[in-house]
Design a protein around this ligand. Structure first.
Ligand SMILES: Cc1cc2nc3c(=O)[nH]c(=O)nc-3n(C[C@H](O)[C@H](O)[C@H](O)COP(=O)(O)OP(=O)(O)OC[C@H]3O[C@@H](n4cnc5c(N)ncnc54)[C@H](O)[C@@H]3O)c2cc1C
Ligand code: SF4
Ligand code: SF4
Ligand code: SF4
Length: 546
């Protein structure tokens, strides 16, 4: 196949001799797990969809993603891209822009109106999903594909969860969100918006559901006891961002202090700038390197004129001003008060101190265990109450959209097994021993041509603060194709012909496009040149056993 970024060697022309019995090692073709795939919390087979995309097979690439993740256009905007952090190409120049290709494919699917048909026969089993955030939506999608009936119930009138009521429109356009959410709901999901579930056992009994998946997220903003005068204006970031989706824009004033150091704090500060704040200041009690916000979010906020006050806490809030206490880190890195105070002019304080899950729908449910404010689940995501599963922000895990999507898939499979009576008990799915990874050490990177990563277009900072339009643009077809071709196919043969070309004994047999190669052991001397010259590490040399 056509692989423009890898150099191919010509086939050898020597006359080969049959091998005697002295070979000590033999080459074996292997398929290894690329580190990108391994790092994707949604479990995407990234290498496989990049492989389709690099030949212009965009629909096939999109369908490959959709086997694991029903929200690629959204992921291509908000995922924190652990796949790129793990990508081997970073050791050669820069990681493959996996996320930008994913966005291109997701957008292309929306443009073309591609859908995923439900072809599985109806199982007659029905599942209640509580919460229509990414986790609930992902579970609904996968359960429908498995033939189950799905009711998706949410207290809000609009599906999307924190993707709609948390992540601002300048990072995730609402048209894209609506298109991908709408595509899932149109797969025969019964959507019940505006219906909070207050008692899960009751809701299951009333609706005659066979199983439930809970994905209620962590919706409640944490509060801090800040001594405050009567007229101080204090609100929480989650409510602020939620209200951005309402009919009226929140009024914050010109000077806004945001208290906290996570991604939500950055979103609140950048939203405040767009709402007209001339001074948006993030007040954080530690230092930049200890801030939980991702670097990219901090940089983009700074580009938009958001100021940062490190090593600071809000000691008191009064109308129009805050009393700030300077902090210092002790030897364990914990912030300690110094007794030094300054003033900061602020019309509004926005608390961005993290979120917690509201779990009262589980009150009194036998078997449920709640620890540190989240629900304990097994590896199949079943809770201690058989038939009730949970995932996303309400269970112990990293709180990201991609993790939530991965949980939705995992729970759907667990629920399917449970409903088909395959006899799993809560938390008893065996942990796998883990796949063999194609690490960078196996690659011959010099075979790959230089190909610097494509940079996504960005709105300039001055324009950004006057609009809620998306800050980061997408790739066009040419740049998406280029980016897909930067993939080195780590650990899996991409039919470059090198092994076929370098074998001094012509022992490599080419089976034809898509069918790869085999070794003629009558001729192979076990010299290992094929393994040494395979660009992507797809050949192992194993000791002869006889
Ligand atoms: C401001 C902000 C920005 C973020 N940015 C990013 C980002 O860029 N990238 C990223 O990966 N992650 C981001 N996250 C985190 C991400 O949004 C969450 O991890 C993810 O949405 C969790 O998904 P979920 O399905 O578990 O829950 P949620 O998305 O929180 O959805 C839960 C749903 O359950 C509903 N619900 C709650 N209780 C009930 C009930 N009793 N009855 C019925 N319905 C109920 C809610 O209305 C909601 O729709 C951000 C979070 C915030 C707050
Ligand atoms: S969902 Fe995230 S981790 Fe998975 S492929 Fe896309 S960008 Fe990478
Ligand atoms: S080069 Fe390709 S296969 Fe290898 S880690 Fe990066 S994206 Fe994955
Ligand atoms: S096994 Fe390696 S060297 Fe042989 S064709 Fe495949 S990628 Fe090329």
């Amino acid at each position: 196949m056509d692989k423009p970024f890898a150099i191919t060697l010509d086939p050898g022309s020597s006359l080969a001799n049959k091998t005697g019995s002295w070979r000590t090692e033999r080459p074996v073709y292997v398929d290894l797990m690329p580190p990108c795939n391994h790092a994707c919390p949604a479990g995407e087979d990234i290498q496989q969809w990049l492989y389709h995309a690099e030949d212009g097979g965009y629909e096939a690439a999109w369908r490959q993603i959709m086997l694991d993740n029903p929200l690629p256009a959204i992921m291509g905007r908000v995922c924190y891209r652990p796949c790129e952090t793990a990508c081997n190409r970073a050791q050669l120049d820069t990681a493959v822009g996996i996320n930008s290709v994913e966005r291109f494919l997701g957008d292309e699917a929306i443009r073309q109106g591609w859908t995923v048909p439900v072809t599985a026969p109806d199982t007659g089993k029905s599942v209640l999903i509580v919460g229509a955030g990414p986790s609930g939506l992902s579970a609904a999608y996968h359960l429908r594909l498995l033939g189950h009936r799905v009711t998706l119930r949410d207290s809000g009138h609009w599906a999307g969860g924190m993707m709609r009521f948390g992540i601002p429109a300048y990072r995730l356009s609402r048209d894209v969100l609506d298109a991908e959410v709408g595509r899932i709901l149109a797969m025969g999901v019964t959507w019940e918006g505006g219906q909070p579930v207050t008692d899960i056992e009751q809701a299951m009994a009333d609706g005659g559901f066979d199983a439930a998946f809970l994905a209620v997220g962590a919706q409640r903003g944490k509060h801090a006891d800040i001594p405050a005068g009567d007229s101080a204006k204090i609100l929480d970031a989650v409510s602020l961002l939620h209200d951005m989706e309402g009919p009226e824009r929140p009024q914050l004033g010109r000077r806004v202090a945001i208290y906290g150091g996570g991604n939500t704090a950055m979103d609140a500060a950048r939203t405040a700038r767009r709402l007209g704040a001339t001074d948006a200041v993030v007040v954080y009690r530690r230092t930049r390197d200890r801030m939980p916000a991702h670097d990219i979010e901090v940089e983009e906020a700074a580009d938009e004129g958001v100021r940062m006050m490190w090593l600071s806490t809000i000691a008191r809030a009064d109308e129009g001003k805050l009393t700030i206490e300077k902090m210092e880190l002790d030897e364990t890195g914990f912030p300690q008060p110094t007794g030094e105070f300054t003033e900061l002019a602020a019309d509004t304080v926005v608390l961005a101190l993290g979120q917690e899950a509201e779990l009262s729908l589980l009150d009194g449910v036998a078997g449920i265990e709640i620890e540190d404010g989240v629900v304990r689940v097994g590896t199949d995501l079943m809770t201690g109450r058989r038939g009730i599963f949970a995932g996303g922000d309400m269970v112990p895990a990293e709180r990201t959209v991609t993790v939530a999507i991965g949980h939705g898939k995992r729970a759907a499979r667990g629920i399917d097994t449970w409903l088909r009576g395959a006899g799993i008990a809560a938390g008893t799915v065996a942990a796998s021993t883990g796949p063999r990874l194609a690490d960078a050490g196996r690659l011959n990177t010099w075979y790959y041509s230089d190909a610097p990563a494509t940079v996504r277009p960005q709105l300039d900072a001055a324009r950004r603060i006057t609009t809620f339009d998306e800050v980061t643009g997408g790739l066009d077809e040419k740049t998406a194709l280029f980016e897909a071709r930067r993939c080195m196919s780590c650990g899996n043969c991409f039919e470059c012909d090198n092994c076929y070309g370098v074998c001094p004994d012509n022992a490599v047999i080419k089976l034809g496009p898509g069918r790869r190669y085999e070794i003629d052991m009558d001729y192979c001397k076990g010299c290992g040149i094929c393994a040494a010259e395979c660009p992507c590490g797809a050949i192992d040399m194993l000791p002869e056993t006889t």
